[in-house]
Design a protein around this ligand. Structure first.
Ligand code: NAD
Ligand code: GLY
Length: 362
């Protein structure tokens, strides 16, 4: 089998991320090597299940792992307490005990809710992440943030709960719709701009091949993203400080998502707008040069991602920013880029001034 391994070193919660093309057919073996056997609760959604369930069930069967299927509806609105309770109902009906494990097969929505179910069912059973979107492969499946939305806000309920293993089959990206793919690229680029100059240069150099979903490029990008995220999570698992760097571009991005009702932009698209604005602001603050900010903006645009903030007033943006989880008593914590490939935290008190600098009026 041809795959790469990235280790997330967290003491007794350490695990491996396996990355390769065509790994789903070997998922049973991967589960066994992670110490999983007996009963698997396979949580997916109708779209992903129709594409990949059969292959996964067959592979689990050949490793003597019995499968209980749970299918949740597709969409962010179903990352909810209602769906979570329905998952628990089905697990209780199927007499799932502590010897079983959950296998999350899907994008970030499935991974987040399945992970939270694993964290809380019978006070915690093991789980394996099998992410099938680019966003989930470079970000959400790694690092142990699990959770659901509350009617009053995104990801307000959850737990830090690490998987036993993450299996990334890059072949699943062949069926991913173009818009979802490009949105996922934004999350990978985030690591390049804020933490890894080499990754940024790799994007600049191989963008055409990356946009064509070249297998080798994808493996590289996913591997570097996972390594970078693992390195941050190993130092600050529960986001006491450093892990907030992974929110580069997200503070403004979340405001854009919330102001547009989570319907106009995909997550990565909103993050792309946030990253473009932060790059401009970083240049204005002298944290990077105008030429560096320009390279960031150009790359985001060449990817086909948006860079301009949608039109809302300063007050509307300010209110949205003040609801973000990164709000502190003395301001909002922003991550700026220091050059390209490095970051700088700054707690911004005067949000109006920052928004005016982004060209927001009214
Ligand atoms: P998603 O899970 O909604 O998936 C996007 C769409 O792609 C869905 O319609 C899905 O059915 C479909 N899909 C998935 N895999 C496919 C495939 N291989 N082929 C064809 N279609 C496929 O969205 P997402 O972007 O993967 O994840 C977004 C979620 O991730 C949000 O809820 C966000 O809060 C969460 N998130 C979590 C973390 C974390 O650290 N836990 C980090 C970032 C984002
Ligand atoms: N996606 C941000 C984090 O995992 O911390």
């Amino acid at each position: 089998m041809n795959f790469e391994t990235v280790r997330v070193g967290l003491g007794d919660r350490s695990y491996d991320i396996r990355i390769g093309y065509g790994l789903l057919a070997q998922i049973g073996i991967f589960c066994q090597t992670a110490g999983m056997g007996g009963n698997a609760v396979l949580i997916s959604n109708p779209k992903v299940a129709s594409l990949y369930r059969e292959l996964v069930v067959k592979s689990l069967g050949s490793a003597d792992i019995k499968v209980t299927d749970i299918c949740i509806p597709d969409g962010e609105e179903f990352k909810s307490s209602d769906t979570l309770l329905k998952i628990f109902d089905q697990m209780i009906d199927a007499h799932i005990d502590r010897g079983a494990f959950i296998l999350a097969l899907g994008g970030g929505v499935v991974g987040d809710i399945a992970g939270f179910a694993a964290a809380t069912y019978l006070r915690g059973i093991p789980f394996i992440q099998v992410p099938t979107t680019l966003l989930a492969q470079v970000d959400s499946s790694v690092g142990g943030k699990t959770g659901i939305n509350h009617p009053r806000g995104k990801n307000l309920l959850g737990a830090f709960y690490q998987p036993q293993q993450v299996v990334i089959d890059t072949e699943t990206l062949d069926t991913l719709p173009e818009r979802e793919y490009i949105s996922g690229l934004a999350e990978a680029l985030k690591y390049g701009i804020s933490l890894d100059n080499e990754l940024f240069v790799y994007f600049e150099k191989y963008l055409t091949a990356i946009l064509d979903r070249d297998k080798e490029c994808l493996k590289q990008i996913i591997m570097i993203s996972c390594k970078t995220k693992a390195c941050i999570v190993e130092q600050d698992e529960r986001e006491g400080g450093l892990r907030a760097v992974l929110n580069y571009g997200h503070t403004l991005g979340h405001a854009v998502e919330s102001l547009t009702g989570y319907t106009k932009y995909l997550h990565g698209e909103a993050v792309a707008i946030g990253m473009a604005q932060i790059a401009r602001l970083s240049a204005q603050r002298g944290y990077c040069s105008a030429a560096e900010a320009d390279r960031v903006l150009q790359l985001i645009s060449r990817m086909g991602l948006p860079v301009e903030l949608p039109q809302f007033t300063v007050t509307e943006y300010e209110n949205a920013l003040l609801h973000d989880k990164k709000k502190l008593s003395d301001g909002v914590k922003f991550v700026f880029n220091q050059g390209i490939g490095n970051y700088k935290f700054e707690t911004v008190k005067d949000l109006k001034e920052l928004l005016h600098s982004c060209g927001v009026r009214g």
